[in-house]
Design a protein around this ligand. Sequence first.
Ligand code: SF4
Ligand code: SF4
Length: 346
Amino acid sequence: MSSILKKTDLGAWAAALEAEVFAPALADGVWAYQPVAPGANDGGVALTHPNTARPPKNFAFPQREVLYTFEQLKGQAPKLTETLPNPAPVVVMGVRPCDGRGAPRNDMVFTGAFDDPYYQSRRAKTAYVGLACNTPPSPNCFCKAVGGSPSSKEGLDVQLTDLGDRYHVVAVTPRGEELIEAGGKLFAEAGAADEKESQRLHSEAAKCEQRTFGDLAAAAPALKKNFDSEMWQSLAKACIGCGICTFLCPTCHCFDISDEVTGQSPMRGERVRTWDNCQFPDFTMHSSGHNPRETLGARLRQRVNHKFLYFVENNGTQQCTGCGRCISFCPVGIDIVAVLDRMIQA
Ligand code: SF4
Ligand code: SF4
């Protein structure tokens, strides 16, 4: 069963949820998830964004996280104090389908072979209310080329489809059903005409023109074949190693762990996990000074191979959802679609 929510009731729905609610807002020219003030009117939750500059991955995997604190009194063994998070429930509204698909891919990394309690405790409390794309929000979108679609529900708890003055609302998970129930009378049962209009918009969006590199199944074998290709060096020549491509990626998840000392007497501090980046020269630097990924080409190859070869081998799916951020925000125009196209054609 699906429902209808008037756009003017979005703010009231957010206020009815027993959770911290975040929605995209424009600040200084940048769309970013911002907290919705309790009782906000619909101006605070308008969902008129193309896509946010940063994906929502930080809700489960923050950029900086304290893993434990330590303290050592003179002559005593160090005292370690666990800092496992116990977060309040969070609802993130307006998540685009590509970013929704990022969540299960990150779950594969932090759950299963290796269970990460920090990630899992935040993820368990995070719900995603998605917004289907009636038209691709960016010229660099390529969700269809990586097995997604502008109306994919993967990774979402609720899917909204914009019908003009109202949303067609579908619960995707039991948590999504709870969120809709919390809105009570704000939701009306969708009529047959609403269902039909929603399906029409989804199928129109599925026909939209997007970027593509061709056959997704051809990517992994092509990358394997071209591992030693000199093309990597020329494709990466302009890279300045800023790391924007991976920091803004909804599925990049590499991190570093360091100890930050906050006091000397007694010696105390925090063990901290922070996002790291395979495009930085010191990402793989050994203490001997040897760097197995010394060149820009080797680092670009790692980024692309991780997403379209190694992740496929390990998890049976590619680790890119086609959001296009790494293309749109790269200051020197390095384009993962063009890179894959070159590798497949070679
Ligand atoms: S955003 Fe572009 S320049 Fe920056 S590290 Fe990535 S590929 Fe290199
Ligand atoms: S690799 Fe690029 S296009 Fe793919 S999910 Fe990451 S940022 Fe988006």
